[in-house]
Ligand binder design. Structure first.
Ligand code: PAF
Length: 300
């Protein structure tokens, strides 16, 4: 399969690395325009802490024209610009896969002829330095169609290519529910760990429980407007299980703040606030976190 991966961040390099290990894939990487010098090799430390260098195949215009799949691994606030910069280069036969945190990053599906899928992943990965990614935690990925149509043959082909590259992975017919679950997890874990400067596991501390409850109740109320039903106890349990299983991890938002980068808050708690405003509802806990993270970003 011909695959063009966009984005040299942790998740972009994680997928680039695993997909390019299969000899029947032709994988190339498109780096953001902010990268001034692209090395010939990239470095990868795998889940067993084995370090190696691999050659980097940079995407040419031809790679986009012949791509069966374009995998977009950029931050949610970069999605629109990335799509509009590339959309005329990508074959109309290609499938576009969005892999980012949050919701609402891209809405203009009518501007795209290609079918679009979402890829959600819970693998832990970090950038040790530019072009050196480290796989820090095994996870699971969900893939599903978010716009357009895809034949069974194409769906099976993409699913098996991605599944064999980086297991485990499931094709899901209800990816929207999975996107909402990830959103709820991110809405609770990311801003609190970023503001408090704590590892994910510390969220289990009693002192955060009232805030966590208030956040979950607001998220459930807003999800209902998008026909997503959550049960409070189940959702709380799922969020706490993620906090526990990633106890030693630094959340992506905390790491953005620590590294003085813009966060994805507008597409996480900001998405909840946006839908609430449209419905004339108030979500004070989400609004407060949105405000506080934005204030922290300004101080950087
Ligand atoms: O954004 C993140 O950091 C992750 O999605 C999660 C699940 C909160 C774990 O750190």
């Amino acid at each position: 399969m011909n695959i063009a991966v966009i984005g040299q961040g942790a998740i972009g390099l994680l997928w680039y690395h695993h997909l390019s290990q299969a000899t029947n894939n032709l994988v190339s990487l498109h780096c953001s325009s902010s990268v001034t010098s692209v090395p010939k090799n990239y470095e990868f430390t795998d889940i067993n802490q084995k370090y190696a260098q691999f050659s980097l195949n940079i995407a040419t215009d031809n790679a986009f024209t012949s791509a069966d799949v374009v995998l977009l691994c950029v931050k949610s606030y970069q999605v629109n610009a990335a799509i509009f910069a590339l959309k005329n280069k990508i074959s109309t036969k290609a499938k576009i896969i969005f892999c980012h945190n949050g919701l609402g990053a891209f809405n203009d599906f009518s501007a795209l002829e290609q079918p679009c899928l979402a890829l959600l992943t819970t693998h832990g990965c970090k950038i040790n330095q530019p072009f050196h990614a480290q796989h820090t935690g095994l996870g699971h990925s969900d893939l599903g169609l978010i716009n357009g149509n895809i034949s069974n043959a194409d769906r099976n082909n993409i699913t098996s290519t991605f599944m064999s590259a980086l297991p485990t992975l499931t094709y899901s017919d209800n990816i929207k529910e999975k996107q909402w679950l990830k959103l709820a997890i991110n809405c609770v874990i990311n801003p609190i760990t970023a503001l408090e400067n704590i590892d994910n596991g510390q969220l289990l501390n009693d002192k955060f429980q009232a805030q966590v409850t208030a956040l979950i109740l607001e998220i459930i109320a807003i999800a209902a407007f998008e026909n997503i039903e959550f049960n409070f106890n189940e959702l709380r349990e799922k969020i706490m299980t993620v906090a526990q299983s990633t106890a030693q991890n630094c959340s992506s938002m905390r790491s953005d703040i620590l590294n003085k980068r813009k966060t994805e808050i507008d597409y996480i708690n900001g998405y909840i606030v946006k839908v609430a405003n449209r419905m004339n509802l108030s979500v004070p806990e989400n609004e407060k976190l949105l405000r506080e993270i934005k204030a922290l970003e300004v101080q950087q």
